[in-house]
Write a protein of this length. Structure first.
Length: 175
């Protein structure tokens, strides 16, 4: 469903008393895109926060469910060899390749509104970058992982547009 309906639906769930204590633990799971920009994301967040508590709201990126992505934290922090070498003294740069066999044909409608850059870079790649660059959390739970990922992104340097290189391979028939 379109993100513009999230707040309305959350409000209806509350109005119909479907979020009462007798109905178990209620959760709202929202997959990105969570707004098109900061103002629209804030507006959406405010609209659902009137019906759900923050601990009931789960904002997810399906890309994080892929097995290689899920194993990054375990590889980094569960392996003494990697853990001791995974720092700025030993790593010069990070290069990320998102290789997918599925083209835009199945996602053309979505990309028309969300945009491929917003979908792939802002969401998927930034999630991967944060997992690769975050400090070890004291506790391995969602809250501490989120906080460490935010810290990593907050201290990241932005690359000037003129130095940014994005490579994309097109099918042979597009050349």
């Amino acid at each position: 469903m379109a993100p513009r309906f999230f707040g309305t639906i959350a409000g209806h769930l509350k109005d119909q008393a479907l979020l009462t204590k007798g109905n178990g633990f209620n959760r709202l799971i929202i997959e990105k895109p969570f707004g098109r920009d900061y103002p629209s994301a804030k507006e959406l967040n405010d609209s659902i926060s009137g019906s759900f508590k923050e601990e009931q709201i789960f904002r997810i990126d399906h890309y994080l469910g892929k097995e290689p992505i899920q194993s990054i934290a375990g590889l980094r922090f569960g392996n003494a060899l990697f853990n001791s070498l995974w720092n700025k003294e030993h790593i010069d740069n990070i290069q990320i390749t998102l290789s997918e066999s599925l083209g835009v044909e199945e996602r053309a409608g979505y990309y028309e509104t969300a945009g491929a850059m917003r979908d792939m870079v802002q969401n998927h790649i930034m999630q991967i970058v944060s997992l690769l660059t975050m400090e070890r959390p004291d506790v391995f739970d969602s809250e501490h992982l989120r906080d460490k990922k935010i810290e990593a992104l907050e201290i990241s340097k932005c690359i000037p547009k003129k130095k940014l290189k994005i490579f994309h391979s097109w099918p042979i028939w597009c050349r």
